[in-house]
Design a protein around this ligand. Structure first.
Ligand code: FAD
Length: 475
């Protein structure tokens, strides 16, 4: 044993399965104290004056922490809850409890890395060792076939390189027992949403799923999507859906807090392929997990550029800072039914399909030409599955300042709506008042009567030969 006592600092890895920081701590230490720290900076406003962690995500995180505590208690341990800046309170706690080392998962973006570095510096100053592990991706950083500075800028090259030359490491086992010290004293309470300054979000019956945070629930969701319903066997055909629990996996909220490990999902898919069926759909879910990896490695390569207006490109695109149009987009009152329906789903449930995300992002950046970072920051505050790399990476991509090799990609929203919401069921689900309008064709907003049009609307040019109208006062 290297150390008598260590802390495992849980961050976005709220699980016991496939957790390298935990596994290594257990191998190298006599006693382990699991700790989660509520950092007030995560509950403040971002520079865009939006909440960094909105209600849906705050609730999901709390549920995940509670579930982790329960799982640790079942292994004769517990989860210590701290409140404050980890680089300060964790080091103080470590000192008070004769901790010799702190184990944790490494993050890739600046804010998280700054915290990590300060924690390391403060710990070392007190003679406490630190051990960071890379563990959020399917392919391990050390197994990539290219050094990070040479990471391909095109996804296909990245994917093919990894599929050909890399391997997905084995899942690390869930420990049977965690040797927890006997006299720790107060272990702290999980703050309520109110204490975190968040409202308890109202459960919406139209939500695609009643998302509940925690490793237990994440593992159940995987079992449901693969083994209980075989939904994975049709994923490639259904993945562009908009309504219902099983058109896509919905693994993203659990992945974002690390309640699910991508390697564990991968190993379950491989088992499913051996035992039930292997087809294009089973592969396609792995393909999407590689997209997730890709954005994380792109963040590692480009650092803070992913948050800048010009993204990782050097071209300058001129962006508008039109507050009114942005607010209409955010509230789902632009007058384009498909956009509004998606934004309402996001606002009321914290979730939106991948198709919806692509289209609302394209509408904001390509049609309204509004600063793409406003949209990314809005998603950050609303999404239950917010993941810094997937979010900012996808936004850059759609806005044309990221890794899309095609510079001229454009989505005509009305055509897309006709394709993906043929009968208008999705739009009617989220804007039921539309069904009450006689003679209105959901796919042809120009069929609105003159009276309903708002003359102050924004004209969008040939693709939208009508002004944007507000659905605000329609019911
Ligand atoms: C503008 C925009 C913003 C986005 N923001 C986020 C975000 O903050 N957090 C997030 O997890 N995903 C984000 N995505 C990616 C994607 O939309 C979601 O991962 C997906 O819709 C989640 O639903 P699912 O789990 O059912 O996905 P599935 O279709 O079942 O896919 C399985 C998993 O693959 C990964 N995945 C799928 N598509 C992508 C993608 N395009 N990029 C990265 N990973 C992907 C996710 O981890 C997902 O859970 C964003 C996409 C866009 C276009």
């Amino acid at each position: 044993m290297k150390y008598k006592r260590a802390i495992v600092w849980f961050r976005n890895d709220l699980r016991l399965h496939d957790n390298e920081a935990l596994t290594k701590a257990l191998q190298q230490t006599d006693e382990v104290i699991p700790v989660y720290c509520y950092d007030p900076r995560s509950y403040q406003k971002t520079p865009f004056n939006l909440e960094k962690t909105g209600s849906f995500r705050a609730k999901f995180v709390n549920e995940s922490v509670l579930d982790l505590r329960g799982s640790l208690q079942a292994k004769a341990a517990d989860l210590v809850i701290l409140n404050g800046h980890p680089e300060k309170v964790m080091v103080e706690f470590a000192e008070q409890h004769q901790v010799e080392a702190i184990y944790f998962s490494q993050e890739v973006t600046t804010e998280e890395q700054t915290v990590e570095k300060s924690l390391e510096k403060n710990s070392w100053a007190k003679g406490i060792a630190t051990q960071g592990y890379w563990q959020a991706t399917l392919f391990h950083l050390d197994d990539l076939p290219f050094p990070i500075p040479q990471l391909p800028e095109v996804f296909t090259a990245f994917r093919k390189g990894c599929e050909k030359l890399s391997i997905v490491r084995q899942v690390l086992p869930t420990p049977d027992r965690i040797p927890y010290p006997t006299a720790i004293g107060s272990i702290g309470e999980i703050p309520s949403l109110e204490e975190l300054g968040r409202e308890n979000p109202v459960e919406n019956e139209r939500s695609v799923l009643s998302f509940k945070g925690g490793e237990t629930q994440g593992l159940q969701r995987v079992a449901h999507y693969l083994w209980e319903t075989d939904s994975i066997a049709e994923y490639k055909q259904t993945r562009n859906g908009l309504l219902g629990a099983n058109y896509s996996s919905k693994f993203s909220p659990w992945l974002s807090v690390g309640a699910l490990s991508p390697r564990w999902i991968y190993s379950e898919i491989r088992n499913y392929e051996k035992e039930v069926e292997k087809n294009d759909s089973t592969y396609w879910l792995i393909f999407e997990l590689i997209w997730r990896d890709y954005f994380r490695f792109i963040c590692k390569k480009h650092g803070n550029k992913i948050f800048q207006l010009s993204g990782i490109q050097s071209d300058t695109i001129s962006w508008k800072q039109d507050e009114d149009a942005f607010q209409a987009w955010a509230a789902g009152i632009t007058g384009i039914p498909f956009i509004d329906a998606n934004m309402r789903e996001l606002n009321q449930t914290g979730f939106m399909s991948n198709r919806g995300r692509q289209l609302v992002a394209s509408f904001l950046t390509n049609d309204l030409q509004i600063d793409w970072r406003w949209g990314a920051a809005y998603f950050e505050s609303k999404l239950i599955d917010y993941d810094v790399c997937s979010n900012w990476g996808n936004w850059m991509y759609v806005a044309g300042v990221g890794n899309d090799p095609r510079k001229d990609r454009y989505f005509n929203i009305l055509l897309q709506a006709k394709n993906y919401d043929k009968k208008g069921d999705y739009v009617r689900t989220w804007i039921p008042e539309l069904a009450k309008l006689p003679g209105f064709d959901i796919h042809q907003p120009e069929s609105l009567s003159e009276k309903m049009r708002n003359s102050k609307g924004v004209h969008l040019g040939d693709n939208y030969p009508f002004p944007i109208v507000s659905f605000e006062n329609w019911s």
